[in-house]
Write a protein that binds this ligand. Structure first.
Ligand SMILES: Nc1ncnc2c1ncn2[C@@H]1O[C@H](COP(=O)(O)OP(=O)(O)OP(=O)(O)O)[C@@H](O)[C@H]1O
Length: 249
């Protein structure tokens, strides 16, 4: 079975600054993989490269064995990869239901038929209701997304990300700005919703990373300095020196 994601010698430069330097990385299907590292290490850039929002300067990116480097985001999405963004990205004036339905419509190829009464499409209605239930927002379905609590908005965003049934999910700092209790609930939600899928997550909260990830890669100055199980990463002297310090000891 091919890996879910593979990066081979990927580099990205902005002008003369090389922010991603020769990254080679494999993420197995069904794995929950965390990408960690200090601010400015290149984590979001790596997400942008994998999801097609940026093109690599050199190197190859494969999604389940097929080369995707240079494809546009919607083409990569069509091949089964969906991502969330660091900044909350929901439509504030649309209801929770409409936000999810929009994501389902897009994923089911109905995006050019907005003149139809989309609520009459049973597969769209059922899938939207299912995702709504999965993210525990059924009781909030008819309120504008902008009126949800911050944690609920992030849950909605995860719902939008998984709505199309993608197999490979990228989440960029999904618990940023949450309280401890909200973070715990978000981790449980992410664990449940990514069951049987591949997850790549960028996250600064080490309790989230070590509680969720099967494997972790550490990015420093645009280079992967270590990749391994949580135990291996925790015990890696290079990682401790460059990033985790005594936090993980
Ligand atoms: N479009 C761009 N043009 C020029 N430089 C950029 C661009 N995007 C990112 N960079 C630079 O690339 C480097 C890596 O940024 P990136 O946002 O990927 O880091 P990060 O690890 O996600 O950081 P954080 O944890 O703070 O989100 C930084 O030095 C940043 O300033």
């Amino acid at each position: 079975m091919s890996n879910a994601i593979e990066l081979h010698g990927v580099e990205k430069s902005f002008g003369i600054t090389k922010v991603i330097q020769n990254i080679t990385l494999s993420i197995a299907q069904g794995e929950r993989h965390a990408l960690i590292g200090p601010n400015g290490a290149g984590k979001s850039t790596t997400f942008n490269l994998i999801s097609g929002y940026m093109k690599p300067t050199s190197g190859r990116i494969l999604l389940r064995g097929e080369e995707i480097s240079g494809l546009r985001p919607f083409q990569i999405n069509r091949r089964g990869l969906s991502r969330s963004f660091q900044v909350t990205n929901v439509f504030a004036n649309m209801t929770v239901w409409e936000n999810l339905r929009c994501a389902v419509l897009w994923a089911t190829g109905h995006r050019y038929s907005f003149w139809k009464n989309v609520d009459n499409l049973p597969e769209v209605r059922e899938r939207t209701a299912q995702v709504l239930e999965d993210i525990h927002l059924t009781s909030r379905r008819d309120i504008p997304a902008g009126l949800l609590t911050y944690a609920e908005q992030r849950a909605l965003e995860i719902g939008i990300t998984i709505a199309g049934g993608a197999n490979v999910i990228l989440l960029d700092e999904p618990t940023a700005g949450m309280s401890h209790a909200e973070t715990e609930r978000a981790v449980a939600l992410i664990r449940r919703l990514t069951e049987g899928r591949t997850l790549l997550i960028v996250e600064h909260d080490m309790s989230v990373v070590f509680g969720l990830a099967d494997r972790i890669s550490v990015l420093v100055y645009g280079q992967v300095i270590a990749s391994g199980t949580p135990e291996e990463i925790r015990g890696n002297p290079k990682v401790k020196e460059a990033y985790l310090g005594e936090e993980a000891a």
